[in-house]
Design a protein. Structure first.
Length: 366
């Protein structure tokens, strides 16, 4: 088979015969990268916890563990997994979904949304659960608050199944060409009547809360034996699902670091995060070069970090904040506070303590 025929077979050649390039709009669809942690237990609320670019939303629906699992279908190494650890009955406002990706508006312009030439989009993925039944995938337009949804069925318990869903193009409402939230994929695994009592929109429409997960007939939180896992998430232009586009770990990591960068390796204590200087008796500035340009000016969180001049004893850092005036998306400038005196104008480094969990996290999530 010639290269042109091979590309055409996998849908990588456009109508004018040119190679169209990367197909998968989703970042980290193979769930390879998990900078924050590989497991997060005892969660009663949502947030970003494990696999990069994957956010959970959980309201009034028990306790769950979110993890990067090594249980995966052939050709994949990891999946994103939810395990119920404390059960709960559905109330009207209960919900649990995995937002497997939020996508910047500037990264979905190829969909031509809001024009007469709006493109269909196909989403494919592998899914597994002990709980058979009907689940919902909702595609959400963040610029215009519009959505469309489809159901899929898990037919066999504890078995990886491949699903493909095609959504028609939307001729109403262009998505802003910016770094703001443009589109999201919401994989619903539980939902109360506030979200399921309506009709799932088979065509694009303004968001009605009662329609968001209509057709969902499972509650992943009704038994502590319940689990749900997903991997191989691919979103591409057109009505045909092509084989998953695998990218190298290094490339996937760089794409993820636009949204979240965790400095510090779990296997290394006393990791140096950045250098700076003392600006006052108990304060100073630290600069951390970023590996890629982040989506926006990041926020910062720390865990068990110190400042040190490599001569005197290290001093625990009690507070830290981003200096938005002097920092940016390529260089994080942080202002630290310590509980005992440092020497003004002396050079200091920001480092982890004797603790492999020490880290500095910079986030520019959507």
């Amino acid at each position: 088979m010639t290269k042109a025929a091979e590309l055409a077979k996998w849908g990588e050649v456009s109508t004018n015969g040119q190679v169209s390039g990367r197909r998968n709009i989703v970042i980290n669809g193979a769930m390879q990268v998990a900078q924050r942690a590989t497991s997060a237990t005892g969660k009663t609320t949502g947030g970003y916890f494990t696999v990069d670019r994957s956010k959970f939303d959980l309201v009034n629906l028990g306790t769950h563990t979110y993890s990067q699992s090594t249980d995966a279908p052939e050709g994949f190494s990891n999946s994103l997994r939810i395990d119920c650890t404390t059960t709960a009955s559905l109330s009207a406002d209960s919900l649990l979904y995995a937002l497997c990706t939020g996508i910047e508006g500037q990264d979905v312009q190829q969909l031509k949304k809001g024009t007469s030439n709006a493109e269909a989009v196909t989403i494919s993925f592998y899914v597994k659960s002990n709980k058979t039944g009907t689940y919902v995938l909702e595609v959400y337009d963040g610029t215009n608050t519009r959505h469309i949804g489809k159901t899929y069925t898990i037919n066999s318990a504890n078995t990886w199944e491949y699903k493909t869903l095609t959504f028609v193009g939307d001729t109403t409402g262009a998505i802003a060409n910016s770094n703001a939230f443009g589109m999201g994929l919401f994989f619903w695994v539980s939902g109360g009547s506030n979200y399921t009592s309506g009709t799932l929109p088979s065509g694009w429409s303004s968001v009605t809360t009662a329609n968001r997960a209509a057709g969902l007939n499972v509650n992943i939180a009704d038994n502590t034996a319940n689990d749900w896992a997903i991997t191989g998430v691919q979103m591409e232009v057109g009505s045909v699902a092509t084989p998953f586009e695998h990218r190298s770990f290094g490339e996937e990591l760089a794409l993820c670091q636009r949204y979240h960068y965790r400095a510090g390796k779990a296997e290394s204590a006393y990791t140096n995060f950045g250098q700076g200087w003392a600006t006052a008796a108990r304060a100073g500035t630290i600069q951390i070069p970023l590996p890629v340009e982040m989506r926006a000016e990041p926020s910062v969180t720390i865990n068990d970090v110190q400042v040190s001049d490599d001569v005197n004893s290290a001093i625990d850092c009690t507070a830290i904040a981003v200096n938005a005036a002097t920092g940016g998306r390529q260089l994080a400038v942080l202002e630290f506070t310590v509980g005992s005196d440092v020497t003004q104008y002396r050079s200091y480094g920001l480092r982890g303590s004797n603790n492999t969990a020490s880290h500095v996290s910079l986030s520019a999530e959507l």
